[in-house]
Every structure is written in structure tokens, then in C-alpha cells.
Design a protein around this ligand. Structure first.
Ligand SMILES: CC(=O)[C@@H](O)[C@H](O)COP(=O)(O)O
Ligand SMILES: NCC(=O)COP(=O)(O)O
Length: 237
């Protein structure tokens, strides 16, 4: 069964809109765990538009499930995660001003840089994952970086799902089969939702974990957080 890590960025977006502490991001993270989340994901960005450094430090001691921190590996980011020591760090190649993540790593061109960073993180006992698209050379290249896992960037799947879901899933199945054969573990995320998640999970062999934020928190406005988390988990059975 694949595990659900709830990305709480959007709860912080709402909080930051007024500058106070409503909603309380740390409490929301604990509530997500209580409602069944098997992990909490955050993606602190340099402008702290949602998750702040303070949130990252505040979350670590209170979480009882897997803490996954995503981000671009600037020296500042690396120093923070090496202090906080989450269970998993997901490296994402985002420039600082990007609206949201929109590409995976070029694992061939960035191999040496990724290798060095991944080795540093692994020495501290942190599991590593790198955000990648489905190009097979990027999956093969991921192996050379020494990463434990890849996170498949699922926006192209989500975009095509409603027009042709078989076509949408095909490159992901190929990428997952190759990753499995290389011994790379597989996570996935970006724009997964209640409509497209079950089909993705059914078709991707050995999918370890999905991280979902935007759609799940949006659904929670209508369904409530507990119901939303339970409905997403049902798609992962
Ligand atoms: C790597 C990834 O797909 C997610 O972390 C996504 O980038 C969420 O970030 P935002 O919430 O800032 O859009
Ligand atoms: N790694 C993907 C993630 O954490 C959440 O992405 P999204 O569901 O907000 O698109």
C-alpha cells in the first residue's frame, strides 16, 4: 500500500495572508496525523510565502509520522535540513521565484552536484529523494547520484488524465519499471487529486509514497480535513 504524506504548504499560505497564527500550521500538521496522514510534507521556499524556517524547526519535535522536507538545495536549505534531520529530504530544482515546481532534475547534467549533496544528507541519516520527470535517461541518471528514491513529477499525468488516462499513465509506468529494476524506490507528487490518484496508484508498481497538498487542502474546504485525508487514503489501497 502506498503511503500518504500531506503537504501543508497551503495551510501556511492561508495563515500568512493575515500575518497572525490562524490557522495554526503546527496544530494542523498534528491534526493531519490524527486523521490518518502517514507523513507531513513541507516545501519551504526562499521568500517564505507559505512555510517558514520557523515552521520547519517547530514541526520536527512534534511530528510522529515521517517528516519530508522538499526544496532547492541552496547552502541555506541544506544547513537547515542538516540541523532539523527530517526522515526524508526531497531535492527539487526550482529557481527561487518559480510559482510552483514545474520540472524535474536533469540528473545527467547535475549528477556531480546531486551526488555530493546526497552523500552529505545520507551521512546524517536522512533518506533522499529527487524530483524527476519520466525521461528514462533521468531515471538512469538518478541511480548514479546515489539517491534512495525518486519522486515522479506528476503534473503531466494530471493534465492529461481527463482526456486520455491510458496515454497519461504510460510514460510513468515505463519510468517506474525502470526505477524498480535499478533498485530505486518511488514516490510521486504534484497535482494528484481525488479523480486521478487511484488510477495512478493501481498502475505504478511499488509506489511507496505520494505527497499531496493543493488538491487535498482545497477538498478539505468542502469535505473537512479528516474526510479528505480518509478519501485520499482510500485511493491508495
Ligand atoms: C515538489 C512539488 O511538486 C511540490 O512541493 C510543489 O512544488 C508544492 O509547492 P507549492 O505549494 O509551493 O506549489
Ligand atoms: N511533492 C508534491 C507535493 O508535495 C504536493 O504537490 P501538490 O499536491 O501541492 O501539487
Amino acid at each position: 500500500m502506498s503511503r500518504l504524506s500531506v503537504n501543508i504548504n497551503k495551510i501556511a499560505t492561508l495563515r500568512n495572508a493575515r500575518g497572525g497564527n490562524i490557522p495554526d500550521v503546527l496544530k494542523a500538521a498534528k491534526d493531519c496525523e490524527r486523521f490518518g496522514a502517514q507523513g507531513i510534507t513541507v516545501h519551504p521556499r526562499p521568500d517564505e510565502r507559505h512555510i517558514t524556517r520557523k515552521d520547519v524547526y517547530g514541526l520536527k519535535p512534534i511530528l510522529s509520522t515521517e517528516f519530508n522536507i522538499e526544496g532547492y538545495p541552496s547552502r541555506e536549505f541544506l544547513n537547515m535540513v542538516l540541523e532539523v534531520l527530517p526522515a526524508q529530504v526531497t531535492l527539487v530544482p526550482d529557481p527561487p521565484d518559480v510559482l510552483t515546481s514545474n520540472a524535474g532534475w536533469d540528473t545527467v547534467a547535475d549528477r556531480d552536484k546531486l551526488k555530493e549533496i546526497i552523500s552529505e544528507l545520507k551521512k546524517s541519516g536522512i533518506r533522499t529523494s529527487i524530483f524527476v520527470d519520466t525521461q528514462l535517461e533521468n531515471i538512469r541518471g538518478a541511480l548514479d547520484t546515489g539517491t534512495d528514491r525518486i519522486e515522479l513529477y506528476t503534473e503531466p499525468y494530471a493534465n492529461e488524465y481527463s482526456t486520455n488516462r491510458d496515454k497519461a499513465i504510460a510514460p510513468f509506468v515505463k519510468a517506474a519499471e525502470l526505477a524498480n529494476s535499478l533498485g530505486l524506490e518511488i514516490n510521486a507528487g504534484h497535482d494528484l487529486n481525488l479523480e486521478n490518484l487511484a488510477f495512478f496508484n493501481e498502475n505504478i508498481p511499488n509506489l511507496k509514497e505520494v505527497s499531496i497538498g493543493h488538491a487535498l487542502i482545497s477538498d478539505a474546504l468542502y469535505l473537512g480535513l479528516e474526510n479528505a485525508i480518509q478519501l485520499y487514503k482510500r485511493c491508495l489501497k
